[in-house]
Design a protein. Sequence first.
Length: 235
Amino acid sequence: NVILEAKQLNKVYTTGTNTSQQVLRDVSLAIGEGEFVSVMGPSGSGKSTLLYSISGMDQITSGSIQFDGQDLAAMREEELAALRLTKMGFIFQQSNLLKNLNLLDNILLSAYVAKRESRKTINERAQALMDRLGIASLADHDITQASGGQLQRVAICRALINNPSILFGDEPTGALNSKATGEVMDILADINRSGTTILLVTHDAKVAAKTERVIFMTDGMIAGEHKLGKYDSDA
Ligand code: ADP
Ligand code: ADP
């Protein structure tokens, strides 16, 4: 079952009156439900642009994107925002947590905003996520009291609080040391194992090696892909 399908994506940035740069060139890809996929390539190859395009955050110049049976290009901005809030989770290089909220409230916020479920259900899910990621004891801490690896776990809990069907990561381990990177990748593998589709972009081969399918990008094009066994990498 395909959850996300992009066809012939092109993205051109116009940077001046006479200058433009084509960052995505006829990129097509299909992500199956439950897959754990990474997009790897050098800095500037278009990985982030691809991620933001297929998640409906960035407008494409041409092409089509189907997510969960819906055509993203045909959706209005409010519909897209609602879709992102409820069906997609995002993690970034920086955890981007709010410093005036404690860690638990950072996790709860988007679920309270979505208003789809009772506060009881949301609170229970937050508790279960924090337990599972080993940060339950940090609930009432603020962001200055947690390490980079712990903050990234909070960001993962926040991304999962609305039970998204897909989790997107833009260099989610980019600011972490190798130990914390390994721990975050183990957590992501565990989350994928319980059914959440995951798509990461990274320039780190060790991170890509922890996923089950690696798509290589160069100069805005998909240059190839490699299937790995599910979670059998010891990289
Ligand atoms: P990667 O994630 O692989 O490092 P990006 O998608 O961030 O690559 O960037 C690809 C190219 O697009 C780079 O040359 C970058 O400078 C350019 N680019 C990215 N965002 C913008 C933007 N908003 N406006 C103009 N150019 C951009
Ligand atoms: P990364 O390499 O981690 O993907 P970048 O440092 O390339 O990130 O980009 C960070 C932000 O700056 C992104 O939001 C991207 O869209 C924007 N950006 C990148 N290159 C350009 C550019 N040439 N002009 C305008 N915005 C850019």
